[in-house]
Ligand binder design. Structure first.
Ligand code: SAM
Ligand code: SF4
Length: 425
């Protein structure tokens, strides 16, 4: 038996890549191992969106040096956003790495894996899949927000043809998948580069007709590109979940402009009003950066005000981290001290903790519909249509089922409940 290990951090696009790579390696007869030192193929799927992520990748890469020394036949591959055009430089820095795979690329690794695949195991029947899968629908990003490295590493926007996505989702559903999450850095610009220019709403409608698929999610949306047609599609298509990820980044117009986001705080507020007016009960999540160059206390307060008035279900907050090669790192001084960035980050977290605990408390005593995605520490877990994480006990296997759960306990991050019955509410 030959084994693979994939170590992955970063965005959902990286998760999707790792999931697909695992499927492809399983098809070649490889099996997963939790111990990287036992692996015949070790993949580090990297993220460099912030310095903290990059540091974790570097330390993981360092930890593989002795492994490669002891077992030189292990194939070590570095994938994801750390791999840019300068592969010669990467090769020099990380001489123990055999393959450098740019974001989304896997052919070179799979060719090597095929050549070394265990005898007689190739194309063995793939294992059943978990109930939820990621499907990338658009690669790259054309937005060039001033702080962001992604367009430099993942290239320009490339949409996958609608028919190709449909056929992939049908294949996943045949193997047991019940929910797909459509992914892209900016899913709202899906299709503009395709013949006939289908858009995300068209794609959602197409996928909504797939029998046995229960739920469809998508992320991430860009506030400047989300339109009325997409909002109507979310409101009307029964499998599309009422959950939207809409990064705002800051509540201050001057900073929004310096970030190159293409909207004002007021535009954003109006968009949220439109979404909430059309999609009752919709859950909204957002991303925020604190400590952007030049951010004053007053400007930071505008972000807090926006978060307090919109009341998001989830907020992902990050301290600004200069990324070499971006406009912000060239033109703006990183002048908010680390201790101040940390304080602002904690302020946002405290505020959101309070808001999320109040939002979730409203679900106490209610019956919610949960798609069960797995078990952890003896409890089943799954999500509501709005993406709330729910835990419950039941002796029967509930994996992949839609169940009704009555909520007994809530926290800002998850809900606990009692299993009521299967499927119908
Ligand atoms: N495309 C999405 C958008 O429009 O926001 C998000 C993709 S980005 C890779 C994920 C998140 O990382 C961003 O929303 C932002 O909050 C954060 N991020 C990106 N660059 C950053 C930087 N230089 N410093 C801190 N956070 C950053
Ligand atoms: Fe980065 Fe902006 Fe593109 Fe999001 S939209 S990936 S933040 S450049």
């Amino acid at each position: 038996m030959s084994y693979y290990h994939i170590w992955s951090i970063g965005c959902q696009m990286n998760k999707a890549y790792s999931e697909q790579l695992a499927i492809d390696l399983e098809r070649l007869g490889y099996r997963s191992t939790g111990a990287i030192e036992e692996a015949d193929i070790a993949v580090i799927n990297s993220c460099v969106v912030r310095q903290s992520a990059e540091n974790r990748v570097l330390s993981k890469l360092d930890s593989l040096i002795p492994l490669k020394r002891v077992n030189p036949d292990t194939v070590v591959a570095l994938a994801g956003c750390m791999v840019d055009a300068g592969i010669a430089e990467l090769r020099r820095r990380f001489s123990h790495v055999d393959l450098f795979l740019k974001p989304g690329e896997s052919a070179e690794l799979l060719d090597l894996a095929r050549a070394r695949a265990p005898e007689g195991m190739q194309d063995s029947t793939p294992l059943p899949l978990p109930p939820s899968a990621f499907v990338t629908i658009i690669e790259g990003c054309d937005n060039f927000c001033s702080y962001c490295i992604v367009p430099y590493r993942r290239g320009r926007e490339r949409s996958r043809p609608l028919a190709e996505i449909r056929s992939q989702v049908e294949g996943l559903v045949e193997r047991g998948v019940k929910q797909v999450t459509l992914l892209g850095q900016n899913v709202d610009s899906y299709g503009y580069d395709l013949p006939g220019m289908p858009d995300l709403a068209d794609l959602l409608e197409e996928l909504n007709s797939i029998e046995d698929l229960m739920r469809i999610r998508f992320l991430t949306s860009h506030p400047k590109d989300m339109n009325q047609k997409l909002i109507r599609a979310v409101a009307s298509l029964d499998k599309v979940c009422e959950s939207i990820s809409l990064p705002v980044q800051t509540g201050d117009d001057e900073i929004l402009q310096a970030m190159g986001r293409g909207y004002t705080a007021q535009d954003y507020r109006e968009l949220v009003e439109q979404i909430r007016g059309n999609v009752p009960g919709v859950a909204l999540s957002t991303d925020v950066i604190v400590g952007f160059p030049g951010e004053t206390e007053v400007q930071f307060q505008r972000t807090l005000d926006l978060l307090s008035s919109i009341r998001f279900d989830t907020v992902h907050v990050a301290a600004y981290s200069p990324r070499s090669g971006t406009l912000a790192s060239r033109e703006f001084e990183d002048d908010v001290p680390p201790s101040e960035k940390k304080r602002r980050l904690q302020k946002v977290e405290e505020l959101e903790c309070q808001i999320a605990s109040e939002i979730n408390a409203q679900l106490l005593g209610q019956k919610v519909e949960v798609l069960v995605e797995g078990d952890k520490k003896g409890k089943w877990w799954g999500r509501t249509r709005t993406g709330k994480l729910v835990f419950f006990n039941d002796d029967s296997s509930r994996l992949g089922q839609l169940v009704a759960v009555e909520i007994e306990k809530t926290s800002p991050w998850s809900l606990q409940g009692v299993f009521e019955h299967k499927h119908s509410l």
